[in-house]
Design a binder for this molecule. Sequence first.
Ligand code: ATP
Ligand code: MG
Length: 566
Amino acid sequence: MVAGENGSVEDPWRRARALMAGLPDGGLNISHEAADRHVAAGRGDVTALRWLGKDGSRRDISFAELAEQSGRFAGFLTSAGVEPGSVVAVLLGRVPELHVAALGALKAGAVVCPLFAAFGPEPIRERLLRGRARVLVTTPQAYRAKVAALRAELPDLDTVLLVGDGAADLEGALDFRAAIGACAPMPPVSTRPEDPALLHFTSGTTGRPKGALHVHEAAVMHAFTGRGVLGLRKGDVYWCTADPGWVTGTSYGIVAPLALGVTSVVDEGEFDPSRWCAILQDEAVTVWYTAPTAIRLLMRAGAEFARSWRYPALRHLASVGEPLTAEAVEWGRAAFGHPFHDTWWQTETGAIMVANAAGADPVPGSMGRPVEGIEAAVVRRDGDRIMPVRDGDLGELALRAGWPSMFRAYLDDDERYRACFVDGWYLSGDLARRDEQGHFWFVGRADDVIKSSGHLIGPFEVERVLMRHPAVAEAGVIGKPDAVAFEIVKAFVVLRPDCNADEAMRRDILAFARRQLGAAVAPKELAFADALPHTRSGKVLRRLLKANETGAPPGDLSTLEGRGQP
Ligand code: ATP
Ligand code: MG
């Protein structure tokens, strides 16, 4: 097997582990790293969270307050008989109680399972049931609308705590504030690095969401990449816009910045171009971690619009979750004075694995290089072995197993977990190419790959080109079954608002794609759409486009966005 970029590092994680304070008896607990250690080091009064309410209110929460409040919640859980290893689900928006609940549960040795606040009752029921959650922290509104009627179907769920006004009036649930106010703060349980800490359900882009289990040691990688890839350092004002219901919201919304002692902006409001630009300016954000869906929407508003604000403090822009086009990278420069740096990782990897790191110009359109300590390769499966492919060739992105934030199990699915590993390597299910300089280029999901007349075509390679056409706002590409070619490339295109979806436009876009991609790879068919289906975390759901085309069942749709935009 070919060694990856960083294959020769003797103990890559020694330096990473040194970022952790650890507990006196050798234990490791994420809540200690995120809050209590800063108090012990005399930095308790530093602002951990700068919370911006929807209604314009704001509140600073110090590391000391976070340590104290999470200690009280841990005390509550322990007095309620919640044993270490039990699952505490958190269904909250971007409010400080989210951090208190997550860190408090970890402090008590429980496993945190974040849920997306906009989920309807069914995805919530499914996750609570599969996770065997014992405790749920949510709001009175969410409880009344989505959970109360399900209680009888959730035998493991014995405690529900509600954050916000009206909590005291609901039967079968406790007021979060009152409950923790009545408990004394407790110090972190001395969990071991290998003890379970986080249960994250995947986005469900390719099928039924999987429950990926992570351990306390994951924090090593969160902090290591927070520093090495996002460039976080003390004194930064950092803004991670990911929803707390998804893995980025925990790994980089909670753990990495707090462990590094950095101040995070937490905005309760929804996406809004003016609000976001104003936050970047007014809060003097230095490092911003966001996603292509948001960048696309900002691009629609225009670089000139973004330039109506000033960003003298801003130092670094990064993105994750979906492919980031070269145009989007450069647009960052035009709009904010800095390019967006793409980073690649998955729920399963727990932290960033391949990236354009801070401090260097990104390679536009590429995911970058393996993070320090990570050995990555592009491979082909060959039975129970894997073979590297030549630079430039298409293959599956694989990582040598054993990094600290690697998932340790799929919930109730050992077989599927084992099937992800071949020959000591984790196979990601994503297709990529590596160039001669060692940069990785995303091609698509192995499940989405199109087989046409003997060619393997990655949808994103086609989408990337379509989106370069001036009339195209968004594109989704699938393989449509075909008697002769096996599949033909079919594109679904959303046009920019001022463009006409007529025959001339269709022919123009198809010709543009043919010129760039060649006839074998370019779409043969093109349909205009008002919007593309997205998962709730904002990813294009190609399997739904495909199911609509073929009439085949689309599989689990509990994570379907339902709207065209995030
Ligand atoms: P499921 O596994 O349930 O189908 P999912 O893979 O979308 O859902 P996540 O773990 O949230 O769930 O997403 C990880 C995936 O997102 C990656 O495997 C990859 O396909 C895509 N992704 C993440 N970052 C990037 C990136 N920078 N460029 C391209 N794709 C990315
Ligand atoms: Mg996945």
